[in-house]
Design a protein around this ligand. Sequence first.
Ligand SMILES: NC(=O)C1=CN([C@@H]2O[C@H](COP(=O)(O)OP(=O)(O)OC[C@H]3O[C@@H](n4cnc5c(N)ncnc54)[C@H](O)[C@@H]3O)[C@@H](O)[C@H]2O)C=CC1
Ligand SMILES: O=C(O)C1=N[C@H](C(=O)O)C[C@H](O)C1
Length: 244
Amino acid sequence: MKVAVAGATGRTGSEIVAELRERDHDVLALSRDPTDDQRDLDDLAAVLTETDPDALIDFTVPEATVEHAAVAAETGVPLVVGTTGFDDDGFAALADAAREIPVLRASNFARGVHALRDIVQAGVEALPEYDVELTETHHNGKRDAPSGTALTLLDDIEDARETELDRTHGREGEHERAPEEVGVHVRRAGNVRGEHEVLLAGNDEVVTLTHRAESRRVFAAGAVDAAEALAGRPAGEYDFPDVL
Ligand SMILES: NC(=O)C1=CN([C@@H]2O[C@H](COP(=O)(O)OP(=O)(O)OC[C@H]3O[C@@H](n4cnc5c(N)ncnc54)[C@H](O)[C@@H]3O)[C@@H](O)[C@H]2O)C=CC1
Ligand SMILES: O=C(O)C1=N[C@H](C(=O)O)C[C@H](O)C1
C-alpha cells in the first residue's frame, strides 16, 4: 500500500512511519517543515491528488486533523485518525468527512486496550454496586486531559451501568462520594507511554484492571493494521474493533 502520514515527525507518527516501512509499504511522510524525504503537509490537497495514497493516517492535533479530514474527503482518501482531544465540532467534522470516505477513529490503537474494554464491561456488569475509579497516566508532553482512552472507558462504563455517571475529575476539600460518581484521575509524568487503570471497589475487596503501553510501537502497529483493513471499505465511520 501507499500510505500518507500526517504527524510523521511526532512521537507516534514517527513510529507509524517505521512500522509502515518495516511492512514494506510506500510511505508519504508529511511535515509542515519538510526535509528531502518528506512532503509538505501545508500542501496536503495537492500532495494527495498527485500521489493518490490508499490511506492517510493522522496523529497530529484536533484542529489540524479536522482540516486534514476535509481534504481527505475531497480527494477520496480513506482516513485513520488517532488524534484525541476533539470537541463536539471536531467529532461532527469527522462525521461529515465519513459521508464521503471511510474514517476509522480510535482513541487507542493498542489491541490490549480493546481487550481491557471488554474486561471492564464484564467487571462492571458483574459488580454493579461497586465504586468505580479511573486513573490514566501519560508523559509530561501530553496536551489533552483526560486521555481519549479514558473518555472511551468512561463511555463503556456508562453503557455497562445503563446510566449516566457523575464524572468527578479529582477531589479536594470536603467531598463525600455520591452513589453515581466515578472518580477520574490524571497523572502526567516522565515519558510514560500510556497507562489506564479501572478500579472496582466493594466492601472488603478491590478489583484493579490495568493496561500499560511499553512502547508507542503498539499504537503504530494498530494504526497500520487499521489502514490496511480500511482500504476498499465503503464511506462511513469505523472504530478499531470493527477491523480487529
Ligand atoms: N489513538 C492512539 O492509539 C494514540 C493517539 N495518540 C494521540 O495522537 C496525537 C499526537 O500525539 P503525539 O504523537 O504524542 O504528539 P506529538 O506532539 O509528538 O506529534 C504531533 C505531530 O503533529 C504535528 N502538528 C502539531 N500541530 C500541528 C498543526 N497545527 N498542523 C499540522 N501538524 C501539526 C507535529 O509536527 C507532530 O508531527 C495526540 O492527540 C495523542 O493523544 C497518541 C498515541 C496513541
Ligand atoms: O498522548 C498519548 O501519548 C496517548 N494518547 C491516547 C489517548 O489520549 O488516549 C492514547 C494513548 O494512551 C497514548
